[in-house]
Design a protein around this ligand. Structure first.
Ligand code: DHB
Ligand code: FE
Length: 265
């Protein structure tokens, strides 16, 4: 059955594709090369390698639709925590953990981090109970667990649920900058454009809570290389954080206090 929205965006897409071809005098050979790249991305895409998403991301497309989606929803002066792109490496069903647990397994590091804070309602400032914080980041070798046969299943991932006080805390690592996978179509395009594949050090989050709008976001280490030159354009000022050297905890080298603010529907 006809959908007005699908019809509108498809018509517009066709118009823009035609304009694009005319404007650049795209030849049959060039179109074929582009098509082959898309097909290759399709063939490569599985649950370990979202090459299609990677392609969108190096074009800044996921970042743009993120901005469009949540700008439409933003209302007042004091704002909820900003969103950022999901990226290709989130996994369903990360292990459920207890507050104070670690998501790190089998890794020696001098960047052990104690992250903690509170999830609040951005309008009332009240703690949010039952908020689920889904977190994931890479190992020091720059690889997510599903990209790396040497890491245990679901390493560096976890889901934490807040109690009445809205507080959360867990142990992770101070993340590192690393390249997005560049041995496929996205890498070819980066190379053709003379662009690097690196992302600044970041930690990913999805926050959900009953009665609140979910947010997908990332936080970024202020001191990380590429903080001003993210290959997938995800950095926002309000998401830049400071890892503080931490004394007095035998399990942590850094402390990262960070609060999340959610909006109701
Ligand atoms: C992309 C995002 C990530 O967070 C990441 O770790 C790798 C790639 C991306 O947007 O393509
Ligand atoms: Fe990432």
């Amino acid at each position: 059955k006809a959908s007005p929205r699908v019809r509108q965006v498809t018509t517009s897409l066709i118009q823009h594709l035609h304009d694009f071809a005319r404007e650049n005098e795209i030849t049959v050979d060039e179109w074929m090369a582009g098509l082959e790249l898309l097909n290759e991305a399709g063939r490569m895409s599985d649950d370990k390698r979202n090459e299609g998403q990677l392609l969108c991301d190096i074009f800044g497309f996921e970042s743009l639709v993120d901005e469009i989606t949540y700008k439409l929803a933003a209302d007042a002066a004091d704002e909820p925590t900003a969103t950022a792109i999901l990226g290709p490496f989130w996994r369903h069903d990360a292990p459920q953990k207890k507050m104070g647990d670690t998501i790190v397994s089998g890794i020696e590091s001098k960047d052990r981090t104690y992250m903690h804070g509170i999830v609040t309602d951005f309008k009332t400032g009240k703690p949010v109970e039952g908020a689920v914080l889904d977190v994931w980041h890479t190992a020091p070798n720059g690889l997510y667990e599903q990209q790396d046969p040497n890491q245990p299943e679901m390493n560096l991932r976890g889901r934490f649920t807040t109690g009445k006080d809205g507080k959360y805390d867990f142990y992770c690592l101070k993340p590192v900058p690393y390249p997005i996978p560049y041995d496929g179509p996205a890498g070819k395009i980066l190379q053709a454009m003379d662009r690097h594949p690196y992302r600044p050090a970041h930690i990913h989050f999805i926050l959900t809570a009953p009665g609140y709008k979910p947010i997908v976001t990332q936080i970024f280490d202020r001191n990380s290389k590429y903080i001003e030159d993210d290959s997938v354009f995800a950095v926002k000022d309000s998401l830049i954080v400071d890892f503080k050297p931490y004394q007095g905890d035998p399990n942590a080298d850094f402390e990262l206090p960070y609060d999340f603010k959610l909006a109701t529907y």
